[in-house]
Design a protein around this ligand. Sequence first.
Ligand SMILES: [Zn+2]
Length: 583
Amino acid sequence: MAQRKPDVDWVNRFADEVIAEAGRRSPGRPVVVASGLSPSGPIHLGNLREVMVPHLVADEIRRRGLECVHILSWDDFDRLRRVPADVDPSWAEHIGKPLTSVPAPPGSSYPNWAEHFKAPMADALQRLGVEVRGISQTQMYTSGAYVDQVLLAMRERARIDAVLAQYRTRPRPAAAVVAAALDERAGDDAAAEEALSAEAAAEEGSGAAAEEDGATSAGYFPYKPYCSACERDLTTVTGYDDATTELTYTCACGHHEAVLLSEHRNGKLVWKVDWPMRWAYEGVIFEPSGVDHQAPGSSFTVGGRLVSEIFGGEQPIGPMYAFVGISGMAKMSSSRGGVPTPAEALEIMEAPVLRWLYARRRPQQSFSIAFDQEIQRLYDEWDAVGRKTADGTASSLDAGSYDRAIRTAAGRLPVTPRPLPYRTLASVADITTGDRDQMLRILSELDPAQPLTSLDEVQPRLDCAQHWVATQLPADQQTRLAAEADTAALAALTADQRTALDLLLAGLDEHWSLEGLSRLVYAVPKLQAGLPADAPPTPELRAAQRAFFALVYRLLIGRDTGPRLPTLLLAAGPERIRKVLSG
Ligand SMILES: [Zn+2]
């Protein structure tokens, strides 16, 4: 094995492994990595890892000058399993139809259910710099691309059944049923709920669990037709003739039919056979999957047997990736029942920052994406790594993941030309309630030596911060500047408090910048104590500073705390401050 630098990151390690494996399996051909998503509903931000892990590896391979194809398999020929709570319940009549045969939700401009949910994900991936070759499984199956593989699987059904049997437990306990339900492709945004309903279905004896891998009372058949009468998959294969490829099925709707499988296009292999078939068909070298796919007897394990024993291929290198959580998403702001999507994350953070979250963590490490105040700290960290990378003081690991975040082999992602702190931009957006003129005035006063001349200099970060304030900052933490003086409160001030406010007002003009106001607000309690403005802090001075800040916050915004005081003062402007604090 080649000598490696000790701090080579996980992406480099997988790229080495994948390139070596591709060279062994298919020398001279482009490297193939794969992801799979089910457009059964809004695609959860958590499922982005399914795409980002292979993307980063593919991108590293491309950076090394090798050709790499990243397949994104859209499992749009899967059945509709359930109707999301916010969609007209009458859509339940479409349960069991392929996702591409279900009408799009009411009001959608897309031709069908699958396209409606694919589109925002495809758009988010494009914005993230993720270059994929999308493959519609509906298109593949209905065009007949897999006919040979389907006929092969049917011919070998006894061997497939024998492999599956080694992983089936006798009477499947509830836990296995739940595991089977969880063993769906990515996109199971309500996996737990689905697992429960699968458990309930099994208890009712509907055979949901057995259908999972193709077992029927008439024998084992890995192919499941959609009914030509009702379009649903409530079908049971009742017989198959290898010589003629005639397949007979019945449907719960009462329809029964005989078709020639060599010509039939309206059906698919069951998932546990479908996945390994595609590994072989596409020559996939790398395809990670979620922890739920890698339990004993899961589709990844079983697929590893079937791909080589039936389809003549090899199992991809398939690391398990851990779940990605979301912290603090305001329920009201999610477009669909508390399920944030990548598009929603990109409304509050720039694409490189979202890429960075995935690049800097090994796939088996779980992490959370911050929708709460934590995003400000995340951005501070991001800016610090950016500065250290620019001046050469970042560790090579930090510099490496930063580089994976800001560019791909195809080029750089858009960045904010002047990356002012996210927390500052959020405060300014908050205080001004997004007024563009006011925001420009305040932001250009932050640093009078280098005034901002246009909001474009802080875009797209400003839009992200503004959207975060509007959708994620709780109402009781939003800042509303007092328009008028509270005369009763001013009348009740002590003489010391009045003096402190007067010292502040007297210094405003001379200190009108972010830095100047920072010095001024800390200096006021010192001046009041008869000390010079640059006196070293003492515990007493710190207490006096805290009390003074709280006083100013209460008078200006009616709370004891708020955005950083100098930012707040800049935002308020000298006239408003005088009006509210002088009485
Ligand atoms: Zn039917």
